[in-house]
Design a protein around this ligand. Structure first.
Ligand SMILES: [Zn+2]
Length: 289
């Protein structure tokens, strides 16, 4: 059985792909990169918990044919983790200077033309909300992927497709590979329009570069009889009292994407307040008010 490595956050999109892959006689090695940003993600505990519960649930589904290996947690150091935990294995994230330099160049080139937008309202928070640049997580994922022999699968969600295409210089370099079970897409180095883009995205495999939107994914989860799995996914970046906050950018996007049943009444209040704030900032940015 061949082993496929795939980045898994416990979120809606990467979990969907894990469910898809679980239907084939392969070995799945899920990978979780952590402890890399200066702010330790508050959501990590919830994501790991979601992954643990989803793995257990999937392993017992009759339709599951894959062997789902314990999650590999990759971080700069093993300190702070219970490395004897049977649900997880651990690895050290390598430092890749070339990836860091390439990422910085792409990041700056994407930010420059959008400086005016960033100077308004809540600046960076808005930029994240509007998806103006590629997420810093890709440089850490790339450092890991480039240290592996085989490509590591990563999801590019529908919202990120344009940013991704901009980073790799267009869609010409994208090639389909079919292993008989499912399709993956990889970048062809010779055809890739950006050396920096290849440095970051060159050893990833993509499940779909025209990623389906959330409502379509909900339908697919249902078709695969995996609504229970879907309900265990975690998406909030900044949970409050153990629940999705309703106001962080992932919560906002989740609600906007039509997944509205995962919020408590108080989280919904926060969501509508946040949308009002964003609308106001947008009007200020456009020169109104
Ligand atoms: Zn949230």
């Amino acid at each position: 059985m061949k082993t496929y490595e795939i980045f898994w956050t416990g979120g809606f999109d990467s979990t969907f792909r894990i469910v898809q892959m679980s239907r084939y006689p392969i070995r799945i090695q899920p990978v979780y990169c952590t402890g890399i940003a200066s702010d330790m993600r508050k959501s990590e505990f919830y994501e790991l918990n979601a992954i643990k519960r989803i793995s257990a649930l999937l392993r017992h589904k009759p339709a599951t044919k894959a062997e789902i290996l314990p999650l590999k947690i990759v971080s700069k150091s093993k300190s702070g983790y219970d490395v004897t935990h049977s649900d997880f294995v651990y690895d050290i994230l390598p430092y890749d200077h070339e990836v860091a330099v390439a990422f910085r160049r792409i990041y700056i080139s994407m930010m420059k033309p959008r400086r005016d937008q960033l100077a308004t309202g809540r600046g960076v928070l808005n930029a994240v909300n509007l998806d103006l640049y590629i997420d810093s997580q890709y440089q850490w994922l790339a450092a890991y992927a480039n240290s592996r022999k085989e490509p590591v699968e990563v999801g590019i969600t529908a919202r990120y497709v344009n940013k991704f295409m901009e980073a790799v210089g267009g869609s010409d370099a994208i090639e389909e590979i079919d292993n008989g079970y499912f399709k993956q897409y990889v970048l062809n180095k010779e055809k890739c329009g950006s050396a920096d883009g290849y440095k970051i995205f060159g050893n990833f495999a993509f499940s779909f570069y025209n990623a389906p939107l959330k409502p379509e994914l909900v339908e697919e989860y249902k078709k695969m009889d995996c609504e229970d799995v879907m309900d265990l996914t975690w998406f909030c970046y900044d949970p409050i009292d153990g629940e999705p906050c309703g106001q962080c950018w992932t919560c906002v996007h989740t609600y906007r994407d039509g997944i509205t049943n995962r919020f408590s009444p108080v989280a919904l209040e926060r969501y509508f307040r946040r949308e009002k704030e964003l609308k106001k900032q947008d009007m200020i940015a456009r020169g109104g008010v």
